[in-house]
Design a binder for this molecule. Structure first.
Ligand SMILES: Nc1ncnc2c1ncn2[C@@H]1O[C@H](COP(=O)(O)OP(=O)(O)OP(=O)(O)O)[C@@H](O)[C@H]1O
Length: 243
């Protein structure tokens, strides 16, 4: 039997009076790779913040490997939207990644941390970048460094909010290739539907309510080699309703 990683039951959330998320019910299983898509303002980031325990639902329950989100923070590696990142930090990539191993109880790195750093750097193809200042890296290189920082905590779940928003197409492909090959539970919010949909197990479409789809052979045509995002949303909604 598949092990539930994230269970969401009757979830409602409002910042103010009006619900931004309404009656969300969902189980995500261990090691699943999930894409979260939907229009701007649809509630995707809010949903991630609820999973991370940064927001509390008005109604309903979230369970992360059987724990409340506030008790499960050490199980989740999180890569937030890139805009919050300070490029002026005079730190090397290696130092940024190793920050993931520090905590209120642990102030210094040990040999195991450095071994793990080497393993992850090989896996993400960033060994040659470890001594470079973070501000001198390209957008794609920087995202791989931040991904390494999330992974060095050895999370059971990786949550990424638009990890490829500001990187070129080649770097996007590299990042999604890495994500496809990880064997942990992964949730990725993205507008890069063309690349994202190639490898995921299921798609969540969030626009106040939730639609789930697990058959990606949708009846849409690529135009000039690309899917149209709005057309994809419409097809996905229809397909979910008919399932
Ligand atoms: N801190 C906040 N206070 C009040 N309203 C908020 C806050 N954060 C988000 N909202 C509102 O909640 C709704 C959902 O926002 P959210 O950021 O979750 O959407 P999203 O799907 O992630 O959008 P995008 O694709 O543009 O990032 C929007 O109407 C937004 O304006």
């Amino acid at each position: 039997m598949q092990l539930p990683a994230i269970e969401v039951d009757g979830l409602y959330f409002a910042y103010d009076k009006e619900y931004v998320l309404e009656n969300i019910n969902l189980t995500i299983y261990d090691k699943e790779y999930i894409a979260i898509i939907g229009p701007n303002g649809g509630g995707k980031t809010t949903f991630l913040k609820l999973l991370l325990g940064l927001l509390q639902p008005q109604k309903g329950k979230i369970s992360i490997y059987g724990k409340e989100p506030s008790q499960a923070k050490n199980l989740i590696g999180y890569l937030p939207q890139q805009t919050n990142f300070n490029l002026d930090m005079p730190l090397q990539a290696k130092e940024i990644i190793l920050q993931g191993r520090l905590s209120a109880k642990k102030f210094r790195f040990d040999k195991d941390d450095l071994t793990l750093l080497d393993e992850i750097a090989q896996k993400l193809n960033i060994a040659h970048l470890l001594h470079k200042k973070i501000g001198t890296l390209s957008g794609g290189q920087r995202q791989r460094v931040l991904l390494a920082r999330a992974l060095i905590t050895k999370p059971k779940i990786l949550i990424l909010d638009e990890p490829t928003a500001a990187v070129d197409i080649e770097a996007q492909k590299e990042i999604y290739e890495i994500l496809r090959n990880l064997s942990i539970t992964r949730l990725v919010v993205s507008h890069d539907v063309n690349i994202l949909l190639e490898g995921v197990d299921r798609v969540l479409y969030i626009n106040r309510t939730l639609y789930i789809h697990d058959n990606l052979k949708l009846n849409i045509q690529k135009r000039d080699g690309h899917f149209c995002e709005m057309e994809l949303f419409e097809e996905l909604k229809k397909a979910c309703i008919h399932d």
